[in-house]
Design a protein. Structure first.
Length: 251
């Protein structure tokens, strides 16, 4: 797939979906920057990748901070020479009824989940245009409104992920002529630490009852999709929002 000449940044990569994507890209030969707010956890992943012969670097970054993001991109270019692939995975999720949601809780979610993806995409695209090649993969959700669905007590999260889909379309329109494909992945229920809230609230059984596959997804399945979208084989795909939910939205 030609990943040996590519460098990828994966945000929110210390665990869950981001971790799986980072490892999958490294296995294909890409140099991978593993980014998150906890550098120690990122370094553990780097150590695992390098032991297997891969190339990886841990970078601490708060994606809602432009200074952090620009420093991350600067470090990446200095270490590996380019930024070819960005996986905008960093995100937060908290449960709070709309009538109890505070401005601070709303602002924090939007700042990380939506503004963070914009800042990272903008900073990385400025490097990608130099080579007229790039892949930006934004992690959205089926909980995004519109053609997706909404869930109780995560209105702020749903709004942020709906914004990600809109941002993906806008970025694709402007960046695809520069050889930069921009797509979104919309996962359903995936077995990650973020689904812990559903388990604790007793919602998981209700969720499983609505999934034709009868199970929640695995991070590796999302990673496989991300690897495809980052590849040359996906060259004609841009501006798409790809759902991976075990058939949930068909019910």
């Amino acid at each position: 797939m030609g990943f040996e000449i590519r460098t990828a940044i994966v945000t929110g990569a210390r665990r869950g979906i981001g971790q799986a994507i980072a490892h999958a890209l490294a296995e294909k030969g890409a140099a991978v920057v593993i980014s998150d707010v906890n550098k120690e956890d990122c370094q553990k992943n780097v150590d695992e990748i390098t032991k297997l012969g891969g190339r990886a670097l841990a970078v601490e970054c708060d994606v809602s901070s432009r200074d952090d993001v620009e420093e991350m991109v600067k470090i990446t270019v200095a270490e590996f020479g380019s930024v070819d692939i960005l996986v905008n995975n960093a995100g937060i999720l908290s449960y709070k009824p709309i009538l109890e949601l505070t401005d601070d809780e709303w602002d924090k979610t939007i700042s990380v989940n939506l503004k963070g993806q914009f800042i990272c995409a903008q900073a990385c695209a400025r490097e990608m245009v130099k080579k007229q090649w790039g892949r930006i993969i934004n992690i959205a959700s089926i909980s995004s409104g519109g053609c997706g669905i909404a869930f109780s007590q995560i209105g702020h999260y749903t709004a942020s992920k709906g914004g990600v889909i809109g941002l993906t379309n806008a970025l694709a329109l402007e960046l695809t002529p520069h050889g930069i494909n921009v797509n979104a992945i919309c996962p359903g229920a995936i077995d990650t630490p973020m689904t812990g809230g559903a388990r604790e609230s007793g919602q998981l059984e209700q969720i499983l009852a609505r999934i034709p596959k009868g199970r929640i997804g695995r991070p590796q399945e999302v990673a496989d999709l991300a690897v495809f979208l980052a590849s040359e084989e996906a060259d004609y795909i841009s501006g798409a929002s790809v759902v991976i939910d075990g058939g949930w939205l068909t019910t």
